[in-house]
Design a protein around this ligand. Structure first.
Ligand code: FEO
Ligand code: CA
Ligand code: CA
Ligand code: CA
Length: 622
């Protein structure tokens, strides 16, 4: 038994609880029978090669690179390799920077389905023929159209997976798509704008990072770094509030110049517009005409993930990370129970479930115990005296409410995955180079390393095995990095675990294998102290044994993100995001031309989806 686990057992409360906690994981490998030779594949070495590497007994094929027509009938403009597609073209083509993704099966065999994926952000140098030394209103529109969500239909044929074009399901949701705002904050004063005095409708979703899937079969897309798109004249920064500073919506700090051409992005003119971003957005992939809905009951943050499970009594529970240094992990528990099923009637019956419930923030105490702290107006010191007029303001400024109740400030919470058998919850904490800096929070039990360059994976078990519990036991599954580096503090659950850094994407398949994806910044890949970790990669872990084996390495400059295994467990879909992104000034030649070119500079690099299978058609991860 690894030391880490023994520590967790000792700390995790009553003996009975311990048996429940690990009965499945320890006594019988949770993967026995169904998993065959779990992690039986040939591990791949770290790599700095500008290509995708998978085990020799596997193969991958490319799907839906940036600019590919989404498949909307009568609107399928071809990709222009020189960046010449118009804003209107981009609105019906694959966006940039593929991220969180799910496969919704359309047949019982799972060989036909909908791939729904996020497009997180844009590389303006690649998006426009002449870059953005000069911004225009058209470039702003094209940029907004290159983010959001794609719904594509895919089918497996004798020659592999193919995109179905046209498809009645094909859909692009982007930064200008009309959508609704629902839940307790909808219609309240901070949500009202000149364009929408009712505060219940908004144009678009963007900065879509990780995701979730509801028990009733809808897709949740998460708005992460929305702040970078809002801006304004620098001198307006003197008027910003504490909340605006905390959320990073400060004039003069914008990443792009949208505000000069689309006035809703000008913070000095429309200070409430950013309140309408930073939410979990629910999309019904089977209803192409249904408006997406922003679910304000889940709280506003730099939303990374929205991972769903159900409580013992049948309510939906949503786990969420807020990916910024020293931000929180959240949980939402619905008031009503889930009506079972994923058909049209079930989706309709659960339509309001995410609008009413309780939001909590996590506190990880020393000794391996933790508490969920309620964020409710009038409780735990969150009230008018502490600056919140009502529950809507608590939700819109959830980070500030989290401070008051005493949540634990984490090392950038990214994806969250729930073990399909045990209900154990795993979260990636990607890194935090400011942990322990002067004026910043010191290391603590859950975030134990100062200058945490490599991140790790923390996990917890809710008391009584009930996702709605307000107490839990936690431990570290892995503290990432290169154990050979002096003082690294790296700690893996098994001695022969393959090393990695900056874990981000995380997915449990139905057999209980944990897929881990990394996102080290392009600026540090291949440099000290990161050199021994190579390019970004994907690994497969078996929590039953603690073994971790490297499965895939990516092209130069890319991160690996988005992961879903089909219901038959024979195909793994993965996204390669931002190949070539290693430019300190944003202007130099990208360091990859993947997938279209073999030498940097020979083609614009494009994010894309991979369909990965065992050559013999066996279960992936074995
Ligand atoms: Fe978009 Fe936090 O990764
Ligand atoms: Ca991410
Ligand atoms: Ca990233
Ligand atoms: Ca990341």
């Amino acid at each position: 038994m690894p030391l880490d686990r023994r520590h967790f057992l000792l700390q995790s409360g009553s003996a009975a609880a311990v048996v429940t906690l690990f009965g499945q994981g320890c006594a019988v490998p949770s993967t026995a029978g169904s998993n065959g030779d779990a992690l039986g594949f040939t591990g791949v070495p770290v790599s700095l090669r500008d290509t995708v590497v998978v085990p020799p007994e596997y193969e991958w094929q490319l799907l839906y690179p940036w600019g590919t027509p989404t498949g909307i009938a009568g609107q399928m403009p071809a990709f222009a390799p020189d960046g010449a597609n118009s804003a209107a073209d981009q609105a019906v083509q694959a966006g940039m920077h593929h991220d969180g993704m799910h496969f919704f099966a359309l047949d019982a065999r799972g060989e036909r389905g909908l791939l729904v994926m996020n497009h997180e952000y844009t590389d303006e140098q690649l998006l426009h023929t002449d870059g953005v030394k000069v911004w225009t209103a058209d470039k702003v529109r094209k940029s907004l159209h290159a983010m959001g969500v794609s719904v594509i239909e895919v089918r497996r044929t004798s020659t592999g997976w193919q995109q179905v074009q046209p498809s009645p399901f094909a859909r692009r949701i982007h930064g200008n798509t009309p959508m609704r705002i629902a839940g307790p904050a909808a219609g309240t004063p901070l949500m009202r704008t000149a364009a929408n005095p009712a505060g219940d409708q908004v144009f678009g979703t963007f900065a879509n990072c990780a995701m979730g899937v509801t028990p009733w079969g809808t897709y949740l897309t998460c708005e992460e770094n929305f702040h970078g798109y809002f801006g304004g004249p620098k001198d307006a920064a003197k008027d910003v509030t504490e909340a605006q500073r905390r959320y990073g919506t400060v004039p003069g700090t914008q990443w792009v110049e949208y505000w000069r051409f689309d006035e809703r992005f000008d913070l000095s003119r429309h200070p409430n517009e950013p309140h309408r971003f930073g939410w979990v957005v629910e999309i019904d992939p089977f209803e192409p005409s249904a408006a997406p809905i922003k679910r304000t009951a889940l709280g506003r943050k730099r939303q990374e993930s929205a991972t769903c499970t159900t409580s013992k009594d049948g309510r939906v529970v949503v786990y969420m990370g807020d990916d910024a240094r020293f931000e929180y992990i959240y949980k939402f528990v619905s008031r009503e129970k889930v009506r079972p099923g994923t058909d049209t009637a079930a989706r309709a019956a659960n339509r309001h479930l995410l609008d009413d419930g309780t939001l909590y923030v996590a506190r990880y105490d020393a000794g391996g115990r933790g508490r969920w702290l309620e964020l409710a107006h009038g409780r735990n010191g969150v009230d008018a005296a502490s600056g919140f007029a009502n529950q809507a303001e608590v939700l819109i400024h959830a980070r500030l409410a989290g401070d008051i109740v005493g949540g634990t400030k984490m090392d950038r919470p990214e994806w969250i995955a729930v073990h399909p058998h045990s209900g154990e919850v795993y979260v990636t904490l990607t890194n935090n180079s400011q942990r322990g800096d002067a004026g910043k929070p010191a290391p603590d039990a859950a975030n134990p390393r100062a200058n945490n360059l490599f991140g790790g994976i923390l996990r917890w078990r809710e008391d009584g095995g009930d996702a709605a519990s307000t107490g839990f036991a936690w431990d570290h599954f892995a503290l990432a990095g290169d154990p050979a580096q002096a003082g690294s503090g790296a700690r893996y659950p098994a001695a022969d675990a393959d090393m990695f850094g900056s874990p981000d994407g995380l997915h449990f398949d139905s057999g209980g294998l944990l897929w881990i994806q990394t996102d080290m910044s392009g600026q540090v890949i291949g440099k000290p102290a990161y050199a021994s970790l190579g390019n970004n990669q994907m690994l497969c872990a078996d929590p039953a044994t603690g073994r971790i084996k490297r499965f895939l390495t990516g092209p130069n400059g890319s991160e690996i993100t988005g992961c879903v295994v089909t219901p038959d467990r024979r195909t793994l879909f993965v996204n390669i995001q931002h190949p070539g992104e290693a430019r300190d000034d944003g202007n130099a030649t990208p360091n990859s031309a993947w997938p279209d070119g073999t030498t940097p500079g020979s083609a614009r690099p494009r994010s894309a989806t991979l369909a990965i299978r065992r050559r013999d058609g066996g279960i992936v991860g074995t």
